[in-house]
Design a binder for this molecule. Structure first.
Ligand code: G1P
Length: 203
């Protein structure tokens, strides 16, 4: 009985850093013909309804790929993927262009791609057609650029607080945020933090 409730976890290893598209293409024989979620480990969204549920709900309404976005400041544009759209202020909107780490002057859009997507299995065809870098790097952004010419791709403005746990400071902020919310840890952790802060102040 219990076995039916367990997730089936399978690992595929990308031995070299050849970008997100190359990593996703390695899962082709596991996915077959189903839509699937891609969730980057370093983008954490804290919200009552998870970012994954928000994307899946939109996928069921649109039946086409969905990319998670949040608004970004001018300063951060060149650090992330950016999607262009006529109405990117709406909760869900149709994507007209995908740019990977553009200069702030290259686009007026400030709809920033966080690493969460619902993809459809035809993404593998576009990944196979997309241009590779000189060392075999393959970007999801390039596959999206081919795909959006032939079918609709949607952006979805995600609700919630976002933590970038790629950096040390982002990882620490996320840890403290969750530790102060967790029933088991919040009281003791709060007094621990208060003690540290007070000790620093009196120094
Ligand atoms: C990757 C993607 C980029 C996306 C970002 C989100 O970039 O290529 O489009 O905006 O993740 O975290 P990376 O952070 O790997 O440089």
């Amino acid at each position: 009985k219990g076995l039916n409730n367990m997730a089936n976890i399978v690992y595929v290893r990308q031995p070299y850093p050849k970008w997100d598209g190359e990593a996703i293409l390695r899962t082709k024989n596991l996915i077959w013909d189903e839509p699937f979620l891609v969730l980057f480990w370093d983008d954490i969204i804290d919200n009552e309804v998870s970012a994954a549920s928000q994307l899946v709900e939109t996928y069921y309404r649109k039946n086409n790929p969905v990319i998670a976005t949040i608004p970004v400041s001018d300063k951060e544009v060149s650090s992330y993927g950016i999607i262009e759209a006529k109405d990117s202020g709406l909760e869900t909107f149709s994507v007209s262009k995908f740019l990977e780490k553009p200069k702030p002057t290259e686009t007026l859009s400030r709809a920033w791609v966080i690493g969460k997507y619902v993809l459809t299995p035809d993404i593998f065809d576009y990944l196979e057609k997309a241009p590779h870098g000189k060392d075999g790097e393959l970007r999801l952004a390039d596959a999206f650029e081919l795909m959006r010419r032939e079918k609709d791709i949607y952006g979805h403005n995600i609700k919630g607080e976002r933590f970038d746990t790629w950096s040390k400071i982002g990882f620490l902020k996320a840890t403290v945020n969750y530790a102060l919310k967790n029933e088991e840890t919040k009281d003791e952790f709060f007094s621990y933090l208060s003690d540290i802060v007070n000790a620093k102040k009196t120094k």
